[in-house]
Design a protein around this ligand. Structure first.
Ligand code: DAH
Length: 329
């Protein structure tokens, strides 16, 4: 009997060495520890053992039982650990997941670039609201009550007296009303026009207004500033020209054109901004003495400027938020 016990233990230890997965472990359990397994069979045989040997054989059997059960538990636990580890390990053969990182919109980039150039020329940044009074948007800027120039800008009226500003020029009025000269600021922001949407025009766009008011400000300084801007923004060899024009709030007024040369196509002049010397009537409206002070002003469209610089043919694409477009910048 003691021999059978020793042999069972030996064969159990050998079989256990061959266990490498849950299935072979289960086979081993049935063979030795199951209800009809080898260990149970040995316990069955205990009844045939003589009285005097029972104690020794019984002890040996108990030890076998403890040995097989504890070795079995050990191997089962280590198999389970292996499962847990292999579950948590990354599959290194999988292709990576890339994170898409947002970027600044091309209009924001253009606006920042314009701001930086003018900051370098000594301008500060001033902002006004998008909902504006008829007075600031038109009247104070010398648009008479029924001046035809009002029709140049198709206006979204909110009430009789309030509207979505059609240009950033009313911020000039606010700045000159709030602060005393000398004043030198740019005023960026959104403007709104009730126009049919097309490749060239949109109901919403951005402008950057500029204003310099001091004693003895001249048209030559205006030109010098705008040329310095154009050279920094479009490149030192930019081709530009000034044309006489009309705006109710400037006298004299001009427009600046930049030569646009698309590759392989015919080039042409494109208007990039309006400008002029602040009309004395505007200075009077904001309480500045036109005998003492003069000023210049200018206004440019940000979309138009970005389209020209980056060769974009349709303004609507700037508002579509199509990633295929946005990620190019
Ligand atoms: N406000 C004008 C527009 O929206 C642009 C403009 C022209 C602004 C001349 C100015 C200026 O400050 O001097 O068409």
């Amino acid at each position: 009997m003691i021999n059978r016990i020793d042999e069972t233990r030996k064969s159990f230890d050998e079989d256990l060495l061959r266990v490498n997965d849950h299935a072979s472990l289960e086979e081993l359990r049935i063979k030795y520890l199951g209800r009809k397994g080898l260990v149970s069979q040995l316990f069955e045989s205990l009844k045939d053992v003589s009285k005097e040997d029972k104690r020794v054989v019984g002890q040996a059997l108990n030890q076998l039982k403890i040995h097989t059960q504890s070795r079995f538990d050990e191997v089962r636990d280590s198999l389970k650990n292996k499962d847990d580890i292999s579950e948590s390990i990354e599959d290194l053969s999988l292709s990576g997941r890339t994170h898409t990182i947002g970027s600044r919109h091309i209009l924001t980039q253009t606006l920042d670039e314009i701001k930086n150039i003018f900051k370098g020329l000594g301008f500060s940044v001033y902002e006004g609201p998008e909902l504006e009074s008829d007075y600031n948007n038109f009247e104070a800027l010398n648009f008479a009550e029924d001046h035809p120039a009002r029709d140049m800008q198709d206006t979204f009226f909110v009430t009789d007296k309030f509207l979505l500003r059609t240009h950033t020029s009313p911020v000039q009025v606010r700045l000159m009303t709030d602060k005393k000269p000398p004043l030198r600021a740019i005023m960026p922001g959104k403007v709104f026009r009730n126009e049919a949407i097309s490749a060239k025009s949109y109901c919403l766009f951005h402008q950057v207004e500029g204003l310099y008011v001091d004693t003895d400000v001249t048209f030559a300084e205006l030109k010098g500033t705008l040329v310095a801007f154009a050279k920094q923004f479009y490149g030192q060899d930019v081709k530009y020209r000034f044309r006489a024009s009309f705006f109710p709030f400037t006298e004299p007024s001009a427009e600046m054109d930049v030569w646009w040369q698309p590759k392989g196509k015919e080039g042409r002049w494109l208007e990039v901004l309006g400008c002029g010397m602040v009309d004395p009537n505007v200075l009077i409206n904001v309480g500045i003495d036109p005998e003492k002070y003069t000023g210049y002003a200018f206004g440019m469209g940000v979309e138009r400027t970005a389209m020209l610089k980056y060769g974009i043919g349709d303004i609507r694409i700037l508002f579509d938020n199509d990633k295929r477009f946005l990620t190019q910048f």
